[in-house]
Design a protein around this ligand. Structure first.
Ligand SMILES: [Zn+2]
Length: 296
């Protein structure tokens, strides 16, 4: 999941410990999963969530020689569901219609076209909002989406919407935790992400294969770090593997995932309490209709 450099910050992850995965909230008799609710319970669930819904956003792409194609989606849904069980929110079903052109050379990648990615996301958000999700938190689980999702959120200012899109990009790194064993770059399917998956889906991690390929930086471009090209990722990590997954541990995964879950819980609470953003958006939409009348 986390990978981009240069323009993207490295964001290790976080983790969970407790609570076996359950979709039932501690505070609620309703499932946190959109698809598990009856129509009547959906109505009550949206009310209980105060219109706050999570859209965990993953992808289908190679994850080194040892992790599943759906790693990003599996992990981001795991932490989102755990968070929603602590602070109730309705969680949208599996969503993996993101940006992954840079892995089209690998088996199992599903790379939708650019316009479809944006249309899918807009229509999904519109449909969520039409069903009462007036506060949509996109929880990003995939490094390749780090430009797409903020762009999408910014584009909501183009036309009036009766809802707000919030973006939570990746896991938050935090001090402390078990010492890492690998010392190099760890962007994709390396020590962090492999550790995280050992927590969310231990049965899908093939640790014994993690050394079958190299996740080393191949440094095949010689450009300033701040000069961007779309091929930068492939130039550096053509095997779609960055880091060393073989040294992953469940302890690191638990630390990472707990921090990630905590940050989502904090966001759900802040968003539920947020009464400013929609008002400010509406003020902006109104003024944008007649800019010449806008005064400081
Ligand atoms: Zn990943």
């Amino acid at each position: 999941m986390f990978r981009k450099v240069a323009l993207r910050k490295v964001t290790p992850f976080l983790a969970v410990t407790f609570f076996a995965a359950t979709s039932l909230s501690a505070q609620s008799k309703f499932s946190t999963k959109w698809e598990e609710l009856t129509a009547a319970d959906f109505r009550s669930g949206i009310q209980q969530a105060k219109g706050t819904c999570l859209l965990p956003f993953g992808i289908l792409e190679k994850h080194g020689p040892h992790l599943p194609l759906g790693t990003d989606l599996l992990n981001v849904r795991y932490v989102s569901l755990q968070a929603a069980s602590q602070e109730y929110a309705v969680v949208f079903p599996e969503y993996y219609f993101g940006q992954i052109f840079e892995a089209k050379h690998e088996p199992g990648t599903v790379a939708y076209s650019m316009d479809l990615q944006l249309r899918m996301l807009q229509e999904t958000a519109d449909e969520m909002a039409r069903n009462g999700c007036k506060k949509i938190i996109i929880v990003n689980g995939h490094g390749g989406n780090e430009h797409l999702i903020p762009f999408f959120a910014q584009a909501q200012l183009d036309k009036p919407h009766d809802y707000v899109v919030y973006v939570l990009d990746g896991g938050r790194s935090r001090p402390g935790g078990p010492a890492k064993k690998s010392t190099g770059i760890d962007y994709h399917a390396g020590e962090n992400e492999t550790s995280n998956t050992m927590v969310s889906h231990p049965d899908l991690v093939h640790l014994d294969r993690a050394k079958d390929e190299s996740g080393a930086d191949q440094k095949r471009q010689n450009l300033p770090e701040y000069l961007y090209t779309g091929i930068w990722w492939y130039a550096r990590f053509p095997n779609h593997y960055s880091g060393d997954g073989s040294v992953a541990t469940k302890e690191l995964g638990e630390w990472n995932m707990k921090g990630w879950i905590d940050s989502i819980v904090e966001c759900i609470r802040s968003v539920k309490a947020d009464e400013a953003s929609l008002k400010i958006q509406n003020e902006f939409y109104e003024k944008s209709k007649h800019p010449l009348e806008t005064r400081p």
